[in-house]
Design a protein around this ligand. Sequence first.
Ligand code: GAL
Length: 419
Amino acid sequence: MFKKMLLGAAMVGAALIGLQPAARAAESVEVLHWWTSGGEAAGLAVLKKTLGDQGVEWKDAPVAGGGGSGAMTTLKARMTAGNPPSASQMLGFAIQDWADAGALADLTPIATANHWDTAIPKAIQKFATFDGKWIAAPVNVHSTNWIWVSKAAMDKIGGPAPTTYDELIALMDKAKAAGIIPLAQGGQAWQEATLFDSIVLTTGGPGLYQKALIDLDPAALASPEMHTAFTRLAKIASYADKNFPGRDWNLATAMVIKGDALLQVMGDWAKGEFINAKKVPGTDFLCFRFPGTQGTVTFNADQFVFFKHGSSPLDAGSTKMATDIESPAFQSAFNVIKGSAPARTDVSDAAFDACGKKGMADLKEAVAKGTLLGSSAQGYGVPPAIQNAMADVITKEFEGQITADQAFAEFPKAIAAAK
Ligand code: GAL
């Protein structure tokens, strides 16, 4: 159904190519993205400047909303109207869907000339290639199994740094007793699903995570460990303040930055907010892997795809953008600000802060050990329809609409219905 819709949209797009404004032929790129928070905008500014320095005009097409579901809705509408942007930020399985629909430009000549195949981890290449061709340029590797902790709050309650689930709970209890909000949580389905990824990982390790949240294995989904994961989700939800519903992820980060809350469970785009607020790791905030998940990295790599515009090859502006994104210098400059690790593994960590260096080292270790796993909450574990079905159940439990037992029972059913 989705595929048919995309195919139709791509055909309409192709049919209306003749109506495209002439401006696109000049050195410009119109880029659809959801990088609208302070830290995200600072990262994007690096890309804008890199292109601007080469005379490529940036036409901004932002659609606010972490996780990008709003941006993807806008993209579908634009494709249906035959008005594709030059490029769009995109994640995981969505990239494969648009490639399958024939909408994406072939980046293989640029990739070959710049050795993307040896520099980018295979787990990411799987999503950046289709039918043996490169159809996306990965700009970073974010990882999602982190906690971001206020140093002031930690000093006040006296730590220690949690390394297990039980220690995490003990630490949040201490914060509560000290009158500090233990958990800075945003109230959107994708944020709660991101938290749940880490809960499953700490509860059953990478084996359960892979089987339940990526392979969707019925036995794993019905296992006692998954029941424990849902029970833990309800427990952790009890540490959020009552104002969490609807809260944006970066406002939750701001609670930690101000020391109003102890910690946030979030991908390392949260670090972009700390950096943008001139906060220093080790001094103002602390970064730890979600307790019990050290050794595994659940990833979410931002990528840019470029749309076919008629039969002409990629225009000059888009070619420059795709090339620049994979240059080691850009990968360093951009990711230092964005909070992520470079998508290229041959980039030096010299310019990165302590959390960035840790992120890069953890990524390297995960690639070597085979524990670099796609984040299901972020579109790298399962296709979008299943991702959304999972998130719906998780968020209903988090908000207290259903119990942990009910969520455990509903989860496999929701997945089956979305397949
Ligand atoms: C993710 C994206 C990150 C970050 C986050 C919050 O989907 O990959 O780069 O922007 O959303 O908006």
